[in-house]
Design a protein around this ligand. Structure first.
Ligand code: MTE
Ligand code: HPA
Ligand code: MOS
Length: 792
């Protein structure tokens, strides 16, 4: 199987589609992405593909050269005098607020006297071409007074230099449990960051209108926030600004908050020049100016019994937030929420420091802190297993949450939907884990330099925004008199297939084919006050909102037709393109015309708010999640222990998407998420030099997985018994982020192979580049040699 061609044959998809009521016609079908053909033919319109408006200007942003410095002098006169320049804009020229912080202030549009990272925006130029704007921007004179910079998590911890206050989550008595446990181990793991590397970089096009109105096309996951921040920076009301997003060429969290700066700069320049302005960041600039996944240091201290069951545990999580809070509060919270992964932690204390450094402000990235939290507990599982000489899978399963007891999380939420035990048992069976573990051991015994490793790791991921009020959505549905339907909602499309899934839901309600539902661009004009498309909640939230809108219209049509057919409205069914009742039927389009002539509105909004959620943010107790998504994966690797290079031999994934809305889309999300997670933990290395300059800011030095890195033997399945016990849209489950965490099994397979080179604990941080793997092996072999010498 190839990750780049996730489309499945209808038969295969039907097999892997979970059981669902016969009645469903469109929901649950493995339909290809609505833009699939356009994507591969280059016909899908991204912002840079749009016809350029007359008098368009191109913007360029000048970036800071120092990590922490006072700006002594900023002379933009040479830039203004440069050929083809229409305007230069700096902090003092902003009519409104010079800040685009999403939750807290701290993200200036342009540095105002102080810079806090290499790559921070200083000012922008609008010119006749990108080249001319860039040339001009580089001519401005900037003089700095360099200040001492805090560049590492360790330095920030030492100085207690934080962007937000430290948080503590606790359940039971970890101190007493650690003191009385039969076994106790301590350790540390460092987990690296990750660049989003969306194919389409950050971009916006701002078009000024009459009355100082502004229309902004933005590649953003959060059009409402772009609208609001553009308005605030221009000192205009929200109603004067429209933000439209047809699609992104990938977002992955990188466009949840950090698309705003790009849109705001374009809009400010457009307002100043009264001409349209496009800002498209060059890849190198994008990688330096915009934030990434938080890297973490995790210290752990665990007490356990002789069977490997945890008695008590303490975590110290230190996340690198960079120079501002951005979304780091919620991201570090989510790291705490996933420090348990799928395991019951009876006596637990989790301390979370939100470290400030003079580096770019880190942001949302698929999993939103959850993957980092899981890396901590999985390192603990591995350490316990190696200490007790047990198979790590045995230790993992012994620590799983129970069904009726041992089922309360560190944040005091009861896990009601735990399917990890049976899902993992099924994957262990289908992947022949036990047999292959024996084969790996036999291979390693006979092979001194090439070593193999295998690992099975589970995933349990909490679904909902942890910020309560974000769990809401709106939709707008129009039915036209020819029976065609126009659909709009607050969710954005970034390749994940959200637009298609929501269209399937609407088609199902009206009993028509999905081709009769027009998918339209997200715009703040049609649905206001939306949440970002994030937290994997896009289809849960917008699917329900669109369903509500469609049901309102359907009920109105049903009433009219029921009158004509002489039956009760409840007896009217919408199926197979017809409206039926009492033995009579009408084509859907005719029924719509009848309703129109009866003077019935064929347009409706819909709204949804997730039920059951509550959370005490001070005590860190409550129910932050509507439900959990589950999955597990097995990876097998082969390592050349003389060079550290490795190969992925085989990967098996079993993933729970509830009752799938679209198994073809879901398989694509599972495979793609896994590969992205594998890249995070293996080859993608962010490297800053001693002056805080990112030296891996292009594909030449920053290595994302390519086609050749996908496992040769790649077996992905949707869990057939999947069904959401909560009333989520058609009993499906969110799928966007959880599969990324299957990459953890690759990391642990590598640890397993390193473990085959000696005894005792394995010390390996992520990303496990060949270099790091080689160091870990060398260290272990040296320790083994040392022991052997001592014994002689
Ligand atoms: N899939 C593609 N192809 N491109 C993306 O940018 N983003 C991921 C995930 N899958 C992403 C993706 C992230 S970070 C999230 S939160 C979800 O999609 C958002 O979409 P959803 O809520 O509709 O699943
Ligand atoms: N996920 C993604 N984005 C968010 C969240 C979350 O849990 N909370 C606030 N913004
Ligand atoms: Mo996804 S990190 O929640 O945008």
């Amino acid at each position: 199987m190839n990750v780049l061609t996730p489309l499945v044959e209808p038969d295969e998809a039907a097999q892997s589609a979970p059981l669902r009521p016969e009645a469903l016609r469109v929901v649950g079908q493995p339909l290809p992405h609505d833009s699939a053909v356009k994507h591969v033919c280059g016909e899908a319109v991204y912002i840079d593909d749009m016809p350029e408006p007359r008098e368009l200007l191109h913007a360029y942003v000048r970036l800071s050269a120092h990590a922490h410095a006072r700006i002594r002098r900023l002379d933009v006169a040479p830039a203004l005098a440069s050929p083809g320049v229409a305007a230069v804009l700096k902090a003092a020229d902003i009519p409104g607020v010079n800040d685009v912080g999403p939750a807290f202030p701290g993200d200036p549009i342009f540095a105002d006297g102080l810079v806090e990272y290499v790559g921070q925006s200083l000012f922008a130029v609008a010119g006749d071409s990108i080249a001319l704007a860039r040339q001009a921007a580089l001519r401005a004179v900037v003089e700095y007074e360099v200040l001492p910079a805090v560049l590492s998590i360790d330095a920030a911890l030492e100085q207690k230099f934080f962007v937000l206050p430290t948080q503590v989550m606790t359940n039971g008595d970890s101190v007493a449990a650690l003191a009385s446990a039969a076994h106790r181990l301590q350790g540390r793991i460092e987990v690296g960051g990750q660049d989003h590397f969306y194919l389409e970089g950050q971009i916006a096009l701002a078009v000024p209108g009459e009355d100082d109105d502004m229309l902004v096309y933005s590649s953003t996951q959060h059009p409402t926030e772009v609208q609001h921040l553009v308005a605030r920076s221009l000192k205009r009301p929200d109603h004067a600004v429209i933000c439209e997003t047809r699609r992104m060429g990938g977002g992955f969290g990188g466009k949840e908050s950090q698309a705003s700066l790009i849109a705001v700069v374009a809009a400010l320049l457009a307002a100043k020049t009264r001409r349209p302005v496009k800002l498209r960041l060059d890849r190198d600039d994008d990688m330096q100016l915009t934030g990434k996944r938080h890297d973490f240091r995790i210290d752990w201290d665990v007490g356990f019994d002789r069977n490997g069951r945890i008695q008590g545990i303490e975590f110290m999580l230190a996340g690198r937030c960079g120079m501002s809070p951005d979304l780091s509060g919620a991201i570090n919270d989510r790291a705490m929420f996933h420090s348990d992964n799928a395991y019951y932690l009876p006596n637990v204390t989790i301390v979370s420091h939100r470290c400030k450094t003079h580096t770019v402000s880190n942001t949302a990235f698929r999993g939103f802190g959850g993957p980092q939290g899981m890396m901590g507990i999985e390192a603990v599982m591995d350490a316990i297993a190696r200490h007790l000489l047990l198979d790590p899978l045995l230790v993992r399963t012994r620590n799983f949450y129970g069904k009726t007891d041992r089922n309360v999380t560190p944040y005091h939420m009861t896990v009601e939907d735990n399917i990890a035990p049976e899902l993992v048992a099924e994957l262990a069976r289908t992947s022949e884990y036990a047999k292959r573990r024996r084969e790996v051991a036999a291979f390693n015994a006979a092979s001194p330099w090439i070593k193999r490793g295998i690992s099975l790791t589970p995933v349990k991921f909490g679904i909902s925004f942890t910020l309560l009020h974000m769990n809401q959505a709106g939709a707008l549905v129009h039915v036209y008199t020819d029976g065609s339907v126009q659909l709009n909602h607050g969710g954005t499309e970034m390749g994940q297939g959200l637009f298609l899934k929501v269209a399937q839901v609407v088609a199902e309600e009206f009993g028509i084919g999905v081709e009769r539902v027009k998918i339209t661009a997200t715009t703040t004009e049609k649905v206001p006050n939306t949440s970002p498309t994030a937290a994997s909640s896009g289809s849960d939230l917008n699917g329900k909102a669109a369903q509500a809108a469609a049901r309102t219209i359907r009920a109105r049509i049903a009433k009219v037709i029921a009158g004509e057919f002489g039956v009760e409205p409840e007896e009217i069914a919408f199926r197979d393109g017809e409206v039926r009742g009492g033995g009579r039927s009408l084509p859907f389009a005719d029924a719509v015309k009848h309703a129109y002539r009866a003077r019935v509105s064929l347009s409706s909004t819909g709204y949804y708010a997730t039920p059951k959620l509550h959370y005490d943010t001070k005590l860190h107790r409550g129910r932050p999640f509507f439900y959990f998504a589950y999955g597990a994966s097995v990876s097998e690797v082969e390592v050349d222990t003389l060079t550290g290079e490795y190969r992925l031999r085989r990967v098996d994934i079993l993933h729970d998407v509830g009752a799938s809305l679209n198994p073809a889309i879901d398989l694509g999300q599972i495979e793609g998420g896994f590969v992205q997670g594998m890249g995070w933990l293996t080859t993608e290395e962010l490297w800053w030099d001693s002056q805080g300059r990112l030296r891996t800011h292009a594909p030449s030095t920053y290595k994302i997985p390519a086609v050749g890195d996908v496992p040769v033997d790649f077996r992905t399945s949707i869990w057939k018994r999947g069904r959401n016990r909560e009333n989520a849209i058609y009993r499906s489950k969110a799928v966007g982020e959880p599969p990324l965490m299957h990459g953890i099994s690759v990391f642990h397979a590598l640890r397993d192979a390193v473990g085959a080179c000696g005894d005792g604990l394995v010390e390996l941080d992520s990303p496990a580049t060949p270099e790091r793997v080689l160091f870990a092996i060398t260290k272990r072999r040296a320790a083994a040699d040392h022991l052997a010498e001592a014994a002689e």
